[in-house]
Design a protein around this ligand. Structure first.
Ligand SMILES: [Zn+2]
Length: 220
């Protein structure tokens, strides 16, 4: 986070300005300069992650002047954001950067579902170690919420599918959360689909199948 806030992450844009990269374009969408803001917040795959997370953040490019200014919204002294959500934001940023770097190294498309699963597991582990799960009530003033945790005793399962035109590959991801918004279980799988629509249909089908694993639980 310190590197991102200080503007010293080694994005393509930063490397290009130091004459250490042949171009400054984002390695995934190849349509924008890969700035810290683009990489962490604005590229299509990053935006899916913010929206697909329990924070359900819709990243509006018109509201992003810099990553540091965006982040200040959440950590300012008068911010209503809980410590739990701050930890979620930090973990999401870390996992986006980590996944971005591995994907660039492997010349592969990044997997938003995997970032969500890894982040949920890391945040859960962090708060378990601290033995003090804080209040996770979220303010709709900052979080333009669409996703909400289910009522007590209910497990909520969300799914998504994605198709990469460039790689001709499709994958699905499913995540289950409890009433505190905590991660319970997640799945991801490469599937045989030739469109985003078909991959989403397969995700829904798999979600219904996997829901049976929560034997006694009430599901949403
Ligand atoms: Zn991009």
């Amino acid at each position: 986070m310190w590197k991102a806030l200080s503007g010293v992450l080694a994005t393509r844009e930063a490397l290009f300005s130091r004459k250490c990269a042949a171009d400054l374009l984002c390695p995934f969408c190849k349509s924008r300069s890969e700035s810290i803001e683009h990489m962490l917040l604005l590229c299509d795959w990053s935006r899916k992650i913010w929206y697909g997370s329990p924070l359900t953040l819709i990243i509006n490019p018109m509201h992003i002047s810099s990553f540091a200014n965006w982040y200040d919204l959440f950590v300012a002294d008068d911010s209503p954001i809980t410590d739990y959500d701050k930890s979620y934001i930090a973990c999401l940023c870390w996992n986006i950067w980590k996944t971005r770097s591995v994907s660039v190294f492997n010349a592969a498309a990044p997997n938003p579902s995997q970032v969500l699963i890894s982040t949920a597991a890391a945040v859960n582990e962090f708060w378990k170690i601290n033995h003090s799960l804080p209040n996770i009530t979220r303010s709709s003033e900052i979080f333009n919420s669409v996703w909400k945790p289910p009522d007590s005793g209910i497990v909520k399962i969300n799914c998504d599918g994605a198709f990469s035109e460039a790689k001709k590959m499709a994958a699905i991801g499913i995540i289950a959360c409890d009433s505190s918004g905590s991660f319970l279980k997640g799945w991801r799988k490469v599937v045989d689909a030739d469109s985003g629509f078909l991959s989403e249909l397969l995700a829904c089908k798999k979600e219904v199948q996997l829901a049976s694993e929560f034997n006694e639980a009430r599901l949403l």
